[in-house]
Design a protein around this ligand. Sequence first.
Ligand SMILES: [Zn+2]
Length: 588
Amino acid sequence: MSEQVTYLPLARKWRSRSFDELVGQELAVKILKNSLYRNTIFPVYIFAGQRGCGKTSMARIFAAGLLCEKLHNFRQNTAQPIPCACCEICEAVRVGAHPDVIEIDAASHTGVENVRTLIEASTFLPLRGTHKIYVIDEAHMLSKAAFNAFLKVLEEPPQGVVFILATTDYHKIIDTVRSRAFHIFFDPIAPHILQQHLEKICIAESMTYEPAALALISRATQGSLRDAIMLLERVFLSEEAVNIAFVERLLGYVDHVRVVQLADFLVQKKWTELEAELEALELLGADAQRIWDQLIDVLSDYAYVHSEYRAQAFEALPQFFTHESVFIKTIHKHIMLKMICARVMGFGEDDSSASNVAVKQSESQSRMQPKAQQKTQPKKVDQPVTEKSVPAFCAIAQESVPEVQKARVPEGVRVSAEAFPTWWPKFLEKVSAGSDFSLYAFFTLIRGARYTETSGTLTFFCSTDQGLCKEYIAQKRDQWIDHAQLFSGAIASVAFEEVTGDVAKKASSQKVSEVAKKVGASSAKPTSKDWPIAAMAVELFGGRVQAGSDGSIEKFTKKDSSIHRSEKAINDQIDVNQNGECHKKIKE
Ligand SMILES: [Zn+2]
């Protein structure tokens, strides 16, 4: 015999050929072997289970067993293998050349015509054996008309005909068909069984491997043997040894050590380090969803395995889950991840004992606020949204916000104080048309601006709870300053001023009532713990937030993907006061 020249993919090479070789489906094997032994064969079977868990292989093995020349021996002595895998029939079924075993892919034969042809053919007697077996793969893809045509033959099946409907979507098979079939459910293959099988393959194929790499492949492929073997093959063909680093890269995983580091920063409430690490990962192109998933995994380990951070992890996890639906729906996942981490770390919580950061924050706030105002600071976190309980979401400690005082040599003509009100909306429009969405989003949070001609200082107004916003705008100075230059403006320095008095009060009350309306405060009463994320999401991304009955955020609908606002639209929202300052309009 000539040596095999073409490479046989591992998934095909290692396809199970007997009941004993099938991985992780003991119950299904037992049922089918027993029905062969007792000669109890049903006319219709439904094999249901996720992809890659052995349904089609099982159907072929069962068909071979049913037709095998040695079936008689098996019925006398169950120790005999079935199918025997050595007779002519077994071989014919294995290579797909047996005329009485017909495999149909329903995904490409969905129509009623295909089913009629099949039914017609099924009425003819088997060519070689006692049974004729139809294996219909992806059976849920059949059209309703096709199913109905099929129903007739299911009610009165021709003698010796067996239909095996394999499906990954059991519920899409119509009820009338389901109720006439014998069901066999295939479980996802357990990771440890999958890993053992992969080890067996590695040894047989002389692959060098790291057990941890195989464990990761087993976990990542979620019970699909075919996916696991295909992934193993990809690694094997790319690397000399099956190593975990490469598997992680292939799967788009973030370096586990870095995620553990991230989790540590989170539970230790080290905001600066955490933020830097998140930004570094973003720069590396790490997927935010992947970071989220792995972070949850690590925190779960902390919570359930003995760990010094057990209590903190228990506290953090539910908060992540509360915000999960918003996180999943937003397309700006990196920003949202950062915000949620900030929230989990206690930014925006009124209980000053919650964390060191919160203490720092409340200290800096108390220094900024007059005594009378401090007394109105709410202590309870869980009260419904009211004007009084505005939490300072993401209020980074004041000291950490860098005041940008970098001198810039004035160029061109200075913007005059008089011309500033016409300049400001133009500038905002430029920012909104720019490519940096985050920058634009943060600029929408800015309450207004003033230009001081004598010093060339551009002062942004913001409220006390916008630390993150200030920090970001300060950091990205080089980006937006170019827009300023477009209008021949000369900006020597940039400053931030917290808006106090009526403007801030009005702004806050407007913001709260607006958000409260959006989250359905009157009916669902979202708690003050919930709304800041909603508010940020609405402000950042537009759209609508729906509150669940328990006050949690249930649904976040994004308005539209276009963020560009025209100069006129911006202008309509700006009030200019007698000092030439621009302020966001306050809706009454
Ligand atoms: Zn045989």
